[in-house]
Design a binder for this molecule. Sequence first.
Ligand SMILES: [Zn+2]
Length: 304
Amino acid sequence: MSWVRIGLALVLILLAGLVPLGAQETRPAPWFDGAAALRHVERLVAIGPRPAGSPGAARARAYIVDELRRVGVSARVESFDAATPHGRLPMANVVAALPGRRQDVILIAGHYDTKWFREFAFVGANDGGSSTALLIELARRLRERPHEYTYWVAWFDGEEARETWTSTDSLYGSRHMAGELGKSRRLPSAVIVADMIGDRDLGIRREAASTPWMTDVIWASAARLGYATHFMPDSLAVEDDHAPFMRLGVPAALLIDFDFPPWHTAEDTLDKVSARSLEIVGRVLLDALPGIEDGLTRSRGGRP
Ligand SMILES: [Zn+2]
C-alpha cells in the first residue's frame, strides 16, 4: 500500500467517523456519579426511619443541607405545620436554587420522608432514600454545568400518608409548596418528580397523568443512552408529588418504578438499591433537560 493509499484510507476512516456524528445527536452522554448517590442512600438508611415530624426526618434534612453545602450549593429549609390524622406535625421542605441565564424555573423534586409504620422500623432505602440521594448528586451536576433555565431542586417532606392515602393525608410538602407558589404567582414552568428510582431491577413505566411531551423527551434520552429496557413503553397512573403542580396547570413528569415488591415493607433495605440504577436515572434526566428547556420555550411561541 502506498502512502497515498494509506492517506486516502485514513481520510475515509475519519469521514466514516464523522458522518454518523453529523447526522445524529452530537451531545456527549452526561456523567452522573451513581456510586456517590448510593453512599447517600447508605447514610440515610443509617439514620433509621425518617417520617415527617420525627427526629430522623430532621437528621435527614440536616444531611441534605450539609452535603449540598460541601459542593457549594446553598439550600433553604421551608418549615410549615401540617394537619394530619396524627395531629399537627412540623414539616419542612428543602429547596436549592441553581440560577440559569433566565429566571424561568424548572423544578426537579422528590420526597425525603419515609412512611410511618407502627409495627416495624421502615428505613425506606428505595422509597424516600433513592430520590433524596439522586437529587443531591443532581444538584451537584447542575451546579457544574451551564443551563438556560433556573433549576430548583426540592426535597419534599410528608409525601407519605400517615394512615391511608387520601387527598388530605398525602403529599403534604408538595401541596404546601405548590400552594405557596401559586398564591404568589411564582409557579415553575415545569416539574419533574423522581420516586423509588433506585430499584436494583429498574423498570420505569410512563406515568399516565404526566405531560406527554415531557415523558417523550425523557424516554427519547433513555433510548439514546441505551436504557430502553429500563424505560418501558407501557404506562400506569401514580399520584405523587407532581400532582399538586399539575392541578395548577404546570406541565410535569413523574419517574417512578412502581414494580417494587418490598414497597412499604421492612424489606425496603439497602440491598434492594443499586448504584447503577441511580446512575441510569441521573444520566437520563441530565440528558433530557436541554430537550425539556427547548420544549418549554417552543410551547410559549419562542418567547425568550
Ligand atoms: Zn412510599
